[in-house]
Design a protein around this ligand. Sequence first.
Ligand code: C2E
Ligand code: MG
Ligand code: MG
Length: 754
Amino acid sequence: MVGNVRQLESLFSTFSLELASASVEQLEDTIQTFIAQVGSELEADRCYLLLIDEATQTLSTSHEYCAPDISPQSDAIQDVPMARFSWLAEQLASESVVAIPDVEKLTPAAAEEQREFRRQGIGSLVLVGLRLDGDIAGALGFDYVGRSVSLENSEKQALEKLAAILGASVHRRLLSARNQRFESSLYRYSEQFPGVVFQFRAYPSGRMTLPFISGRVEDMFGLTHATVKPDATPLLDRIVPEDRKAVFAGIEKSAQTLTPFEIQFRAEKVNGEIAWIEARSVPAMLADQSVVWHGYFFDITQKKTAESEIEQLAFYDPLTKLPNRRLLRDRLAQALAGSTRDHHHGALVFIDLDHFKNINDSAGHVVGDELLIQVGHRLQQSVREWDTVARIGGDEFVLILKGFSAGSASAATKVEKVCEKVRDALNEPYSLQGVEYNGSPSIGVTLFYDHDASLEDLLSQADMAMFRAKEDGRNCIRFFDSKMQSDVSERLAMESDLRAAVRREQFSVHYQLQVDESGSPIGAEALLRWQCPGRGMVSPAEFIPLAEESGLIEQVGYWVLEEVLSQVADWQRRGDRLSKLPVAVNVSAKQFRLPSFCTTVMALLRKTRASPRNLKIEITESALAYDLEMVEETLRTLRSMGIRVSLDDFGTGYSSLGYLKRLSLDELKIDQGFVRDILDDPNDAAIAETILALASALRLSAVAEGVETRGQLERLIQMGCKRFQGYFFSRPLPSAEFERLVEQPDDGRSKMTR
Ligand code: C2E
Ligand code: MG
Ligand code: MG
């Protein structure tokens, strides 16, 4: 070659400095100058830089210098598949400098290359490989058009050195292009992403920057893209003050442990709207000890709103907006823990509205709902802000009161004061749809302290106390005590025994004679008996109310009806005195109000073939307490079937006498309470007399129950009573004994004539 090696050496020292100090932007020009100077120094016709695209395995000319009158080739050598020049590629891979002194003398393996060189009119050429990380990344080439030039060893060494400094610059250029491509594609992709993609950097000095953030930041925070880059402060300032501490603590922790940073926070947009943002990012430590996170922000406002709606539904009563049973349990658990921690007493208060069902049934649900809402308000106003007011269903409210002193007596006094305040508040008249309503609550209270009872225990204790308040006449406050507990346990035990009683055939029916004024049998009352192993004979007065409360009454009542009607049918078939005796069956209000009651009776009559004439139904006044239309309907149906109906224990309830006229009744039974003291208590006597007069006015028959003495009987006869039932004539008897009693020639008659 013709180049001067010393000249080449001096070019090397000039350019190694220039290339190294050039910024990425200046690099293009510096490389171009380098190529032109080296090319002309070596008197080449062309000098050029070929680069290999790793991804596509193609070859392109990036820079070219041409001597005067030489045609440039850079446009032709673009994206040429490497596979075309496989011989040359092999040469470059194995040799640092490939010199081809005579194109015409190339081996047949280089036929393709030869064709290309000839096309360009090249006589000889030199290619110096550029390596990146050991791999060929390109080549610096020198063409000699129409002439043959050979390379000396010293020149070769100089070229290798030049190629090395050029290689380093090409590397820089490549990396920066790659970065640019990466950033622009990141930018492009991030625009597709529904969130905001960011790179966040925290320096040891405390400075925080956003070297990259995608354009959607404008939608999410209302900040323009330009204001948030690179200083992160304007964006961080949008975090609402309440959440700031948590966010910075999260960043700090993530930086220290180099674990992903994930947090949800609220940000105030520039327009004042509050958005819920989720941030997720992964940190990496850089050489300068700064930490860089790559991640994204996501707007989760809608999700949060939906969540809070779900929470509202799951934990709050939709009507009153008060906490529901679930949340109550949470709060109670917290209160229990708090009591242990702070050594304070707390109280759980159950509140049930008295006669709520009546208002709901008579005035409708809208009015009932209105009452519940107002009660909720009053309760909230009666307690302190840290107490809980919950509604756990129907007309049941619960309070958790907290923070009473450690002494249990003084705590109880204070709790009672609060409960009295609550009761007073609920006793104030309500205005429901413009109508005044007066209501009262029954309140049950249990105290808790230092985890002395479990959550379940407390709930059932307060419930028990509330029931006691109801039993004690309503509008009362009752505190739980251990006697209540044992009563309740006993009731529960009895309930479970009662459940088994039907199955185990522990029930039987006794019959008590009813007589007329001559002492002749005119009927019988069927009275249920429960022979319970371990309890002995349990009085129906005890277990019938329990059966009613536990819902067992339907089953028990059915059994009684079937048993009695079978017995009645049996007696009918004998055709003697027994066959004419109507038998009265007690039907509890709950059973009587069942929509299926009449059809059940009808079905049993058919099944047993008993005559409806021999059946009497005894109901108490409580069966008439509300929904009189339905009661009338049932009574009419029974009547039309030929069944008689008797009103039991008459005079003890609060029924209005007015509607007695409307109802299809046959008989009133004077309660035994009035009969008992008829001789000593003028009031009772007066009531008995009034009932008799009323019955006669309404053309109903009247039966006096509980007649125990001749004196009572005579007084009742004096008053005009014609029908009697009581121990004076006979106790309730098992059916066989009852049969003997009725069939003996002298039944009750001797009692009348003595
Ligand atoms: P009741 O229907 O008023 O029945 C009269 C009660 O007075 C019966 O009590 C009877 O044994 C009792 N008795 C009768 N004569 C006298 C007397 O001279 N002196 C006294 N002190 N008591 C007398 P019993 O059998 O304990 O029944 C109590 C209540 O249980 C009944 O009152 C009735 O309401 C209810 N009952 C009884 N059997 C049934 C039944 O099969 N179904 C339903 N639902 N309730 C029933
Ligand atoms: Mg009765
Ligand atoms: Mg009675």
